[in-house]
Design a protein around this ligand. Structure first.
Ligand code: SF4
Ligand code: SF4
Length: 441
């Protein structure tokens, strides 16, 4: 039996009706949420809860409840407080859907399509700019089941991680060292549907998510390892409950570092090289268990000294903070200043978007920037060069094109498109300006 986008939308509506039946408007979710305080919202938690219910009922609300729904950064403090069993993060995403549905469908579809095309172009071009075809092939959808019929895991890269492909290659290297067979999925053809969902093209998003679920489940592997927290939340909270309810079928999606932590005893003997560095981790306060997992993995690296930055960014990842730009900039600046003060050798990021942001800052500070997978790799004797950072630090589009002339030929890349992508998706993809004089006070 297959699931259609229309059935998917009906199921979402039913889930919203269930929320409306259950929600007592107690405001407990709003009272633990960091977003109202960061955004300077003044309505009480009860009023915020009441406003969200009204939005879900189709009323036009313009006050703080609307702002709360639009700014929710997904940290998930609300996840454990609702006595009625509601997931408030999902409730707020349905409130955003209701708000967006006031705009005509065609405009929403166009916005989703444009966002998808931009992401797709950035991923395609930046991954090719860094890796030769045979190496990039490793990250392309393909099965590596060894002599097994079903691979042990599916490694799901998501889309944007492929802009920093050395991270994905390290994930595969480590799976191989751990003796796990795998199948790779990801890239724009297996997108989670978030880019259509954000502007309110729910049917388009459902079509994309269902296509991806079909691919992810085809291998019959019982474990799907996701790299990207946005994909994880979009699948596990929006798409999978519907999929599971209608098809009575289920699959397990686990964040990659959480899986590594599960296999820590197997991993430890492989961490042979000492990494004599003092490092700090840029942490988020999301509830996916990722920060704790990454910290435990770093603690297992011999020789590594991990110091605490003394602050955690709200949100489950940086991109979730995009609607609160001022806070996002201050949070990044806070991390850079704390890392400097603590005299670390390396500022460590968790996600691909952290790496894109912090790479640009490396030249302006006395520490290096790396993803935690690079440190695990170093301890295991694995190395995948970080071409993204090398190019970003060059800071010059012509120099980057010159340095990658061989790959441009091999992939037959159009130089004008390349120039645009390097500027938009690499050099200008900076939330906090690198120049310190432009930092917020
Ligand atoms: S979602 Fe739950 S916690 Fe939030 S207002 Fe409704 S009943 Fe209260
Ligand atoms: S996910 Fe975070 S920001 Fe969103 S409502 Fe829950 S606590 Fe607030």
């Amino acid at each position: 039996m297959s699931l259609t986008a229309e059935q998917f939308v009906v199921s979402l509506d039913e889930r919203v009706n269930d929320i409306l039946d259950a929600c007592t408007k107690c405001g407990a979710c709003a009272s633990v949420c960091p977003t109202p305080k960061i955004a300077g919202l003044t309505e009480s938690p009860e009023e915020l809860g009441k406003g969200i219910v009204k939005i879900l009922q189709g009323e036009t609300i313009t006050g703080d409840s609307k702002a709360w729904a639009e700014l929710c950064c997904g940290s998930g403090f609300c996840q454990s407080v609702c006595e009625e069993g509601i997931n408030p993060r999902f409730m707020l995403s349905m409130a955003r859907r209701a708000i967006n549905s006031r705009e005509d469908l065609e405009s929403r579809r166009i916005k989703g399509k444009k966002a998808f095309q931009k992401m797709s172009r950035g991923v395609r071009v930046l991954s090719r700019l860094q890796l030769a075809p045979d190496i990039l092939e490793r990250l392309s959808p393909k099965s590596h089941p060894g002599d097994k019929n079903v691979p042990d895991v599916v490694f799901y890269t998501g889309c944007n991680m492929l802009k920093t492909p050395h991270i994905g290659l390290l994930c595969l290297d480590i799976l191989e060292r751990l003796d796990f067979t795998y199948e790779v999925h990801g890239g724009p053809s297996t997108c989670c549907g978030i880019l259509q969902f954000r502007p309110g093209d729910v049917e388009g998003s459902a079509r994309q998510a269902l296509t991806s679920i079909k691919k992810l489940t085809k291998s019959k592997s019982s474990r799907i390892l996701s790299w990207c927290p946005t994909c994880q939340i979009q699948f596990s909270e929006v798409a999978l409950p519907t999929y599971e309810e209608i098809l009575s079928s289920t699959f397990n999606m686990t964040m990659f570092p959480n899986f590594l932590l599960e296999n820590l005893e197997k991993l430890k003997p492989l961490l042979q090289q000492r990494v004599e560095k003092r490092v700090a981790l840029h942490e988020y306060s999301g509830e996916l268990g990722v920060v704790e997992a990454v910290k435990a993995l770093l603690d297992a690296i011999p020789g590594l000294e991990v110091v605490d930055l003394g602050h955690r960014s709200a949100g489950y990842t940086g991109t979730a903070l995009a609607p609160m730009k001022d806070y996002l900039k201050k949070s990044i600046k806070g991390t850079l200043l704390a890392a400097d003060k603590l005299n670390v050798d390396i500022l460590v990021g968790i996600y691909h978007n952290d790496h894109r942001e912090f790479s640009g800052h490396e030249a302006a500070w006395n520490f290096k920037v790396a993803n935690y997978m690079e440190l695990l790799g170093e301890s295991m004797g694995l190395d995948q060069p970080d071409i993204f950072k090398q190019f970003k630090l060059m800071g010059d589009v012509d120099a980057i094109i010159e340095a990658s002339s061989e790959l441009i030929l091999q992939h037959d890349l159009d130089v004008e498109t390349l120039r645009e992508v390097i500027i938009q998706d690499m050099l200008d993809d900076q939330q906090l300006p690198v120049e310190k004089s432009q930092h917020p006070q």
